[in-house]
Design a protein around this ligand. Sequence first.
Ligand code: ADP
Ligand code: MG
Length: 319
Amino acid sequence: MTEFELIKRYFAIQTEHRSDVRHGIGDDAALVSVPLNHELVITTDTLVEGIHFPKATLPYDIGYKALAVNLSDLAAMGATPAWVTLALTLPSANENWIQEFCEGFFTLANRYQVQLIGGDLTRGPLSITVQAMGFTPTSEALLRSTAQVNDLIYVTGTLGDAGLGLKAIQHLLAIPEQYQRYIFERFNRPTPRIETGIHLRGLAHAAIDISDGLAADLNHILRASKVGASVNVDQLPLSEALQKSLPLDNAIELALTGGDDYELCFTVSPEKREALENTLATLACRFTCIGSITAHHELHLHHQNGNLYHGSLHGYRHF
Ligand code: ADP
Ligand code: MG
């Protein structure tokens, strides 16, 4: 098959067709219309085999995750996702691989009414670059730089599951049989917290998605906002699977430093606590208050009894 036949057969077949796409796949570039009084929100992320996903990862999961990590960035901005492009570099035109990759990719894309509007196909070591685009009402996007002293800090879902999954895949530890499916699913198919992000517009002061571990990512909010934080590590939401797989200290360490969770961390003024909790209670996604923003310009981690947290804090480093 030629490049054009592959594109026609596997990539230009999406069932989701948005009315705001004037030209999708097929021309030199795509044309879309952004709704009136909205801003375009754009993000991109690359996944490289052996670095961002283990070599044995199923093509379905690679397709799913390549899109999920990008949608997670849009969620952290409070954006409504709409369009994506996909630049794929493949060692060979293995059609079975491409078909399964596309199944994972389009399953997630259709779930959020996201349309693939263009891309590129090249030969080389396996690498996937997705660019995701969405929109928010003008000036309502959630930023990292707008946390305020006394804000409450929340996280969605549970933390540390994906980090546990990666360690298990690397044979660094074992997960009890009954939790393996859940944990590997959390690592390979993270849920972008799109609905939560959209509901946080007008309520949250700052937000980020947790890709490199809570400690590292919360620190990005603190630096950008020129504030500090006090976090009670005994309040971190831990899944039953994580708690049953590791001693509590190690579970907490993983919740603070494990990457790939793609949960949201956000801050809200205490006056809006009730409004926030009522709004989020209408969604299926769990959320937990873990601490508050302080004026001290540092991240203070403590236990329920007030003692300082003494565990390690080495999150994922890209370089
Ligand atoms: P050009 O040479 O003008 O850059 P291409 O020949 O690379 O265009 O692509 C032809 C069309 O197919 C373009 O609309 C492009 O966006 C789309 N396309 C190419 N690769 C992909 C892909 N992997 N997924 C979706 N669309 C793609
Ligand atoms: Mg062209």
